[in-house]
Design a protein around this ligand. Structure first.
Ligand SMILES: Nc1ncnc2c1ncn2[C@@H]1O[C@H](COP(=O)(O)OP(=O)(O)OP(=O)(O)O)[C@@H](O)[C@H]1O
Length: 256
């Protein structure tokens, strides 16, 4: 589904590449957690996939079509296939849950309709349906600023899903949430992933979550892929290499 070939990113002014010769083949059904310590290149990787960051080398293809060299109009179409969720939710605090979710349809609509908030009955139905799916049916008219962090991320997920993507991307979507809430958000993500038959790619710091939910782990270090495989094969030595840590007992002392 997504082919990543010799992907490299060197930011202007840097001497070291932030991604270096990354080659991966990502398939529908993969629930991929991307691990790596701070600065390993995880955000850069996600931003390259949704076309926000232009690589300095290599190419990314979605179903054989280039993302990397896509023209603006083509890139817009590709982005509609990709839902994105963020660490800080990127919602509009003074607007309601429903209004925020509706912004997920903007990629499909002309700017005149967007400007005047004109939504079709079908769009509203679809938005209310995903709001119910993420468990917020009773809160559709509540303002975002009156929600908890976990509820905000549910809105973020609904906004990503209302555009009916085939790929779901997450840049540290649970980094601002407590462990219990993070776990519930991952449960929801996994349910949606399976029900909708998505390719899901999520950056996460919490290796325990990755081991519990991922079907595949990709670990980055200094912009390079140092592990690509099953969660069960990501063991203490892989942990130590990824995080350059001597003490992995917290994660590997007990069976996960
Ligand atoms: N716009 C930029 N300009 C220059 N360097 C950048 C830019 N964005 C990221 N970098 C550098 O690229 C490297 C990878 O950063 P990136 O944000 O992709 O890592 P990360 O694994 O997502 O880190 P974190 O977990 O802290 O978010 C870092 O060394 C960072 O300083």
């Amino acid at each position: 589904m997504i082919e990543i070939r010799n992907l490299s990113v060197l930011y202007a002014g840097n001497t070291e590449e932030s991604l270096s010769d990354v080659n991966l083949s990502l398939q529908k059904g993969d629930f991929i957690c991307v691990l790596g310590k701070s600065g390993a290149g995880k955000s850069t990787f996600i931003r390259c996939i949704n076309g926000l960051q232009k690589p300095t080398g290599g190419e990314i293809l979605l179903d054989g079509k280039t993302i990397t060299h896509a023209k603006e109009e083509e890139l817009r179409k590709i982005r509609r296939e990709m839902g994105m969720i963020f660490q800080h939710f990127n919602l509009i605090p003074r607007l309601s849950v429903l209004q925020n979710v509706m912004t997920g349809t903007f990629g499909y609509r002309n700017s005149f309709k967007n400007l005047f908030g004109m939504f079709t009955a079908e769009e509203l139905k679809q938005a209310n349906s995903v709001i119910a799916e993420v468990g917020l049916a009773e809160m559709a008219n509540r303002r975002i600023e009156n929600l908890s962090g976990g509820q905000k991320q549910r809105v973020g997920i609904a906004r990503a899903l209302v555009q009916q993507p085939r790929v779901l991307l997450g840049d540290e979507p649970v980094a601002s949430l407590d462990p219990g809430t993070s776990d519930r958000i991952f449960t929801l993500l996994k349910e949606m992933h399976e029900r909708l038959g998505l390719l899901t790619i999520i950056n996460v710091h919490d290796i325990e979550l990755a081991k519990r939910y991922a079907t595949r782990i990709v670990a980055l270090k200094d912009g390079k892929v140092i592990f690509d495989g099953l969660p069960k094969d990501f063991k203490e030595s892989e942990y130590q290499e990824t995080y350059e840590s001597q003490s992995a007992d917290a994660y590997f002392g007990a069976e996960i």
